[in-house]
Design a protein around this ligand. Structure first.
Ligand SMILES: [Zn+2]
Length: 399
């Protein structure tokens, strides 16, 4: 079995934590000076581990194994949300370096901007040929509006090539990540073998009523778009539990009323609504329910609701053989203390899964907290999951 150095792994994670330190977390937004410093730090660690490091024109850091034979790709992302946790993506990248250091034939990758400061998975999409130059031209920072082109120039990445991955080089992609939820912790478990990454289906509901005076217009006369929105959402929340899967989620992230003043009946409401599941059949059932509720509201309400699809992504199932390798290793190192589980959050692995077998391993998150500086995982759980990952990687490579 591969001997991974868990002490060195934890030391690396703690060293990386100092770059952009904020309270007990880190602040390394994509292409910031701190983010670029962490990418250079990573390239040094890759070199020490015997890999050939490079950075591409979108900021992906790649450590290429120089030896012959079939390889694994291992990694995640290294930039963070604003004032966020020290582990989030860093964990999976530093784990990759630890595997390489233990002598496993792995290439290590840190995908750029998984956290979406500029776009949606631009690093992993660039590597599989799904990022056009025209999209790079159009993207801006979602917080301060800086064009992506300008950020790339300032970061010294302008003009660098954006090579495509050669999927034929790999037997698969492993991503270790924190759970970012409470499923493992609440059951006293120490590892999660991910079955797949959920799809996210997002919709915009536009409700048109009649803007009018809140005192002069009788209840019988008014066409209140705000009340329709509330009734529609309450109806969905009653019906979805009868149709959903065990881990479906649904979220109304925004309700905007127009004009949004205390004494004016809202003439228009815009509702952003999304649901997530790993099973397309479940997603389709929920969509049918949403469509039916909209039709029924249009029959019973004095307002007019239209449903627009914003996006319907596809679920990314994890590779069965890679899951089996992770499950066997988890059972060996933490018998009875692990489970299979879907990922409710998006990850770079969903794009890698389009070009090669891919799988993910989750560590528990203390209190389920993530995207916050207090995010943490017990050191013994980090070390345990590194051993599980290393054993699974070795067994899967052999198999
Ligand atoms: Zn992440």
């Amino acid at each position: 079995m591969a001997q991974v150095d868990t002490d060195r792994f934890l030391k690396d994670l703690n060293e990386l934590r100092k770059i952009g330190a904020y309270k007990t977390g880190v602040h390394r937004p994509t292409y910031s000076p701190e983010d670029m410093e962490s990418r250079r730090w990573l390239m040094e660690r890759m070199r020490e581990a015997g890999l050939e490091p490079s950075i591409d024109g979108i900021g992906n850091v790649f450590g290429r194994h120089p030896g012959p034979g079939p390889k694994l790709l291992v990694g995640s992302h290294i930039e963070t949300q604003n004032h966020a946790g020290w582990l989030d993506g860093a964990l999976g990248v530093v784990a990759g370096v630890a595997l390489a250091r233990a002598g496993l034939p792995v290439d290590v990758v840190a995908f750029a901007d998984e956290e979406g400061h500029y776009g949606s998975f631009i690093g992993s999409r660039s590597l599989i040929g799904l990022l056009e130059e025209s999209e790079i031209d159009s993207l801006k920072n979602r917080y301060h509006g800086k064009p992506l082109r300008e950020a790339l120039r300032e970061a010294g990445l302008e003009g660098l090539p954006r090579p495509r991955l050669d999927p034929a080089r790999y037997k698969g992609f492993f991503e270790m990540h924190i759970e970012q939820g409470t499923q493992l912790e609440s059951q006293g478990l120490r590892a999660g073998v991910v079955t797949g990454i959920v799809a996210i289906w997002q919709y915009r509901l536009i409700i048109e009523g009649m803007q009018d005076h809140a005192g002069g217009t009788t209840m019988a006369e008014r066409k209140d778009a705000g009340l329709t929105a509330v009734r529609l959402l309450a109806r969905i929340d009653r019906e979805f539990p009868m149709l959903c899967g065990p881990r479906s989620t649904w979220t109304c992230g925004r309700i905007a009323l127009d004009p949004g003043a205390p004494s004016i009946i809202p003439g228009r409401a815009e509702v952003l609504f999304q649901f997530r599941d790993i099973d397309t059949a479940v997603l389709e059932r929920l969509r049918e329910c949403l469509q039916r509720v909209v039709q029924e509201m249009n029959r019973t309400e004095r307002t007019r609701t239209t449903l627009e699809t914003m996006s319907e992504s596809r679920p990314a199932p994890c590779d069965p053989a890679m899951q089996a390798a992770l499950a066997a290793a988890a059972e060996r190192h933490a018998s009875g203390q692990w489970q299979h589980m879907p990922s409710g959050a998006g990850h770079d692995a969903q794009y890698m899964a389009r070009v090669m077998p891919a799988a993910m391993l989750f560590t528990p998150s203390i209190g389920g907290i993530s995207h916050h500086w207090s995010e943490d995982t017990k050191e013994e759980d980090l070390a345990l999951n590194l051993r599980i990952l290393a054993d699974a990687a070795e067994a899967y490579l052999r198999g």
